[in-house]
Design a protein. Sequence first.
Length: 165
Amino acid sequence: MATTQPTVEQIKREFLISRMTEHDLLEVVEIEEQSGLSRWGWSAYYAELHGPNREFMLVARPRQKQDLSISILGYIVARFVAGEIHINNVAVRQEFRRQGLGSILLNQIVQTARVDGGIVAFLEVRAGNLAAQALYERCGFRQVARRPNYYSAPVEDALVMSLKL
């Protein structure tokens, strides 16, 4: 029997999207490490929290607290400069992937950028990360360039994707 994907309304009922705080950073770094993202670490997220783009750092929490060991299910970090939003990191805990949470986080950041006068959104993704590429394409992003050997450990090209706001 096939499982059905939850609707956006169901996801919004289950998850609360809010600004990232210092109290979230340990879990954010934990999710980062589990996701295989290029490592930022606690100090980089902390520095971003004290920068001008704080409104572009969001976390997703469960509305019903079932597991006291986790409170952050996923997060997104972006910078907004001169009408452009650059999405740096998007990650969701392994057990909460493929439920639409990544799309909700991306769409929230894009909407925030639009309200703030954003013109275009950019991101880089590993050429081999087909799941992330599919997510970005579902959210309207399209590949506009390729950066050879952009990532390390392992060395891999980056695909640059953009979305006109």
